[in-house]
Design a protein around this ligand. Sequence first.
Ligand code: NAD
Length: 504
Amino acid sequence: MSRIDPLVQQLGKAAQAFIDRQKAQILVGGQWTDPADGAFFTTSDPATGKPITQIARGGASDIEKAVKAARSAFDGGPWSTMTPAARGRILWQIADLLEANIDELAELETLDQGKALYVGRWAEIPGAIGQFRFFSGMADKIEGSTIQDSIAYQPEGKQVFSYTLKQPVGVVGAIVPWNSPLVLTAMKLAPALAAGCTIVLKPSEDTSLTAIRLAELMTEAGLPDGVLNVVTGYGAEAGAALAAHKGVDKITFTGSTATGRAILDAAKGNLKRVTLELGGKSPVIIMPDADLDAAIAGAANAIFFNAGQVCIAGSRLYAHSSIFDRVAEGVVSAAESIAMGHGLNPATQMGPLVSSAHAAKVADFIADGKKSGASILCGGETAGENASFITPTVVTGVRPDMRIAREEVFGPVLTAMPFDDVDEVITASNDSDYGLAASIWTEGLSSAVRMTERLQAGTVWINGHAMYDASLPIGGIKQSGWGRDSGKAAMDNYLNLKTVCAIV
Ligand code: NAD
């Protein structure tokens, strides 16, 4: 059984003060209040199972009030009528406040989600800050176009002047998952606000803390009342009510493919617009001419970062058969050197999964793989006082029809498979319901560029994996989703295009 380092570092003062409040309410129309039926649930530290604090269990009537508040902030309110530059300044101020409170936010994220502190402190929260900065600059770059039409039936002496306007969609429902809570929330909120929309946010029931702290900082930054409303609670309650609400103009969702389907069903009542960022089963392809040291380290990081709870995790490794044994050995050695422990321990490289329930699901995938004849090269154990850690796992002898090779495990579990030529690896990579991301490791750039065209994925990296920036669009094809977050393209999620034709 692997060693799990104990918690050696306590929370900083600010994060401790947040926890000491002992309960977190919902935010509606600028007021923090208890939910309508007064219900709360306990959120716990996944590493230990110990309770952290009480979170409001919002329901349909809270969603009703929150949508009303967002509607009145949109219709009559200051946000959609404020100058774009003024909206941009508030977004920039939000980024400044996130930066000023980065240690507190990173600690809260780790305590709630389990992730190693460095993941939040150096990757995800800077990523969230980057989203607010990037979309701060987009607020005053919303442009329609003038169009030279060919309409020939205007009255004598007149002409037609045609142009398009881009206008905010209205009230946006944002529903987000637990794996990287703050940065994924920022990917929704920043472009929606830049576009002039108002929002009802439903964080994951497993990780509400940083959403609440973010909302407080956004108020401090000058966001007017009702522009952002936060209703915490369960997916089947608050989430379903938000997805189905006829007063919501748009749902922007990140989460599992199964929930994405439920959201689509719920959204059909008023045919609201929907953006879906869903699951993945992303291939990492190592060609025989790759820089193997970099490729092995990259493949290990692609699956073990954030304990594999990453939508774009490189969970299927394809290494050319001439180098397969060396790659497998290298990834196993990287897996076995990972320091596991409580996320707040600064030495920890991998924390627990988000909950013991999720760890049990991951363990079930591993057991199923073994039963179907796969071999576990390393890891595969459940560990820790709350049975929430899974040791970094590498699996070989996998057939493409096995569950472990096809379904999203969402844990530190890599399936490694050999291939002999480019056609074979492209076919194997594309043999998936998902199409989120892929990486190719090679020194032959021209063949890699040609491979990028054939891979069915929303993002392809060459000699890297999971390189992200607020300027780059993120999203998938096939059952990995509809639409893109991040980058300029995300603005169109929150804007309606209006065509105007005038006889002048
Ligand atoms: P999930 O689908 O279980 O939950 C996501 C959110 O949806 C939560 O807030 C949950 O409360 C809510 N929800 C659940 N049921 C609902 C319903 N019926 N109606 C409305 N809302 C509902 O996902 P998760 O387990 O929290 O997150 C992991 C998943 O997210 C993985 O599949 C991962 O790949 C995906 N993900 C995708 C991306 C991307 O950009 N494509 C990014 C991160 C995570």
